[in-house]
Design a protein around this ligand. Structure first.
Ligand code: GLU
Length: 279
């Protein structure tokens, strides 16, 4: 086993896995396998409103049925356990404290409605609109997050560039392509951007393989890594699968769900061929 390559698959148990997940995670699995590295399975179950235990069980079962093997994860353990984000709050809290002490984040009390009224149009990749900066000047002496959204102040006008292993040179301009983003939600839940950066570093991930819908988030995550003094892993973003109408697959696309295909009698190999063909 290579000491240096560490990849990960990081699904959220908010629905059943579909062909698109299978294809991306298979790429992550193969890249780790080819490099004789380690694949980590991380359960991204922070959003209690949307995550369900039955989806978590299904996600382990369906990906194992598909043929993906991982060496570390919630079910098998490993040196950087726990591997379920709902059990890693203390790590995120520590990062929140460091961001606060460093002056990187500020409390934002804008309501969802205010945001909808003032924000510019969202980008075409379903990303959130650029935050207009209403609360940028605010400060709050807080010993703990929660009660307000905490936003990361992005360096307006700075171009964040990286070379993606699959898609080549990428760059996004802070304040234009994405704005100040939430790192901790008012419901007292760490936001995806913070959790993923903390975990990728803590689990010593060397290459992040994931869907191209997160390309713009990589620029945000690079800024967080910089603020927290963490190194930046390699990135490899996979093209997303679309349905016959050209819409990207979502968890509601039951017909292309791994469960459904398996119940129809398809073998993992049949499904891998479908995923390769793109339908
Ligand atoms: N948990 C995220 C999702 O299911 C993926 C996070 C990542 O790979 O960085 O969309």
């Amino acid at each position: 086993m290579s000491l240096d390559y560490r990849g990960r698959i990081a699904p959220s148990p908010t629905g059943y896995m579909h062909l698109g997940h299978a294809r991306t995670f298979w790429t992550a699995y193969e890249r780790a396998l080819e490099r004789r590295g380690t694949l980590v399975f991380r359960n991204e179950d922070l959003d209690a409103r949307r995550c369900r235990p039955q989806y978590a069980r299904a996600m382990f079962e369906d990906l194992a049925w598909y043929g993906i093997r991982w060496q570390e994860g919630p079910d098998v353990g490993g040196p950087f356990a726990p591997y379920a984000q709902s059990q890693r709050r203390e790590f995120y809290l520590e990062a929140w404290r460091r961001l606060l002490a460093g002056g990187w984040i500020y409390p934002c009390s804008c309501s969802r409605r205010e945001l909808a009224e003032t924000a510019s149009a969202p980008h075409d990749d379903h990303d959130e609109p650029v935050y207009p900066g209403t609360c940028r000047g605010k400060t709050l002496e807080a010993a703990a997050p929660g009660g307000v959204n905490w936003r990361f102040r992005v360096p307006d006008g700075e171009r964040i560039a990286f070379v993606d292993g699959a898609l080549g040179a990428q760059s996004f301009v802070a304040g234009e392509d994405f704005g100040d983003f939430v790192v901790w939600r008012r419901e007292d839940v760490p936001a995806y951007q913070l959790a993923v950066v903390v975990d990728d570093a803590a689990m010593r991930i060397t290459e992040v393989v994931r869907g191209a819908d997160l390309l713009r988030s990589t620029a945000r995550q690079i800024l967080l890594q910089r603020a927290l003094g963490l190194s930046t892993p390699e990135y490899f973003h996979c093209a997303l699968l679309c349905d016959e109408r050209g819409e990207r697959l979502a968890k509601r696309h039951d017909a292309l769900g791994l469960r459904t295909l398996r119940e129809q009698g398809k073998t993992p190999e049949d499904v891998r061929i479908m995923a390769r063909r793109g339908k």
